[in-house]
Ligand binder design. Sequence first.
Ligand SMILES: C[S@@+](CC[C@H](N)C(=O)[O-])C[C@H]1O[C@@H](n2cnc3c(N)ncnc32)[C@H](O)[C@@H]1O
Length: 305
Amino acid sequence: MRLDQVFKSKPYKVIRSGSSTIGNSIIALFLEDCISGMRANLRNSSIDVVVTSPPYNIGINYGAHKDNLPRGKYLDWMDEVAAQVKRVLKNRGSFFLNMGSTPRDRWIAWDVARILANHFVLQNVIHWVKSIAIAKSDAGNYPNIISDIAVGHFKPIVSKRFLNDCHEYIFHFTKNGAVELDKLAVGVPYQDKSNIGRWKSAKEDKRDRGNMWFIPYDTINSRSERPHPATFPVKLPEMCIKLHGIRNGLLVLDPFLGIGSTALACLNLGVSFVGFDIDKDYIDEAIRRLLMESRRKMMRKSLAS
Ligand SMILES: C[S@@+](CC[C@H](N)C(=O)[O-])C[C@H]1O[C@@H](n2cnc3c(N)ncnc32)[C@H](O)[C@@H]1O
C-alpha cells in the first residue's frame, strides 16, 4: 500500500509490518487531534473498520486530555467525532465503539450511543465481560467445568451500594444495519458435537459465539507495564476486526489510539492501521510496544524457517 494514496500528510511514525498472506501492511500513527487529523488526512470512504474507546468523560487522569467536560460539550464533541468517522467509513464498514460507565454515571455509555445513532445504525451490542463467576451447579454437566470458577480482573469498587463493574459495552455501528459479518471467525466449538451436521448452517465444529465476550486483562505486576489509565486488551480489537472480516487491503482506524492496542491487533492480524492521539507519551509507548511485537514476530518467523 502506498502511503501517499491513503494519507494527505506525513504521520508521526510509520511502521511497516511486512508482508502477510493478505498483502503488505502499514501502521501509521499521528500525534494529532483526531477530528482535525481525520479531516486533514483521511479520504471519504477509505476505512473498513473503526475500533476505538474514547475518553468517557468520567474524570480519568490522562496526560494531555482533560476528562471532565460539561455533559453537553462532551456529547457535542462525540457528535463531531462520529460525523468524521461516518465520512471516512466505507458503506460496508463497521464501527466498534467501546464505552464503559461508573456508579456515579450509569448513563454515559448509552448517552454516547444515542448521539452516534444520529449518524449510524446500531447493528449489535456486545458485552465485554472482564470477569465472571460460574458455579459448577449452574453450569450443569460440562465435563471441563469441575468446580466453581471465578476468572478475570476488575477494579474493585469499595461501596455498600454498588457492585464491582465487571463489564463494558462494545457498540457495533454500521451505516445501514445490514453489514454481513464473519461470525465463525470468532466462533466457538459446539459443546454438543451432535449439532454438527444437524443444522444446515453447521458445517464445521464452530457456532456463533453470541454477544458476551469474556476478554480478561493480562495480569501485570506494576503500572509501568501498562502506562495508561484506560486501555482495552489487544484481543478486543482483534476479535472486532475478525468479526467484521479480514480481507486484502483492509484499513483499520482508531481515532483515540492511546498506547496502541488496536494498532497491535492490526500488527498481529497483518492488516493496515491508522491512529491518532494527542499525547506524545502514549504514542511513544505505542511505538515501543509495536516495535517489540514486530521483533518478536520476526524471531518467531526465523525460528520456524
Ligand atoms: C480510553 S483511551 C484509549 C486507550 C486505547 N484503547 C488503548 O488501549 O491504549 C482514550 C485516548 O484518547 C486520547 N485523546 C483524548 N482526546 C483526544 C483527541 N482530541 N484526539 C485524539 N486522541 C485523544 C487520550 O490521550 C487517550 O489516550
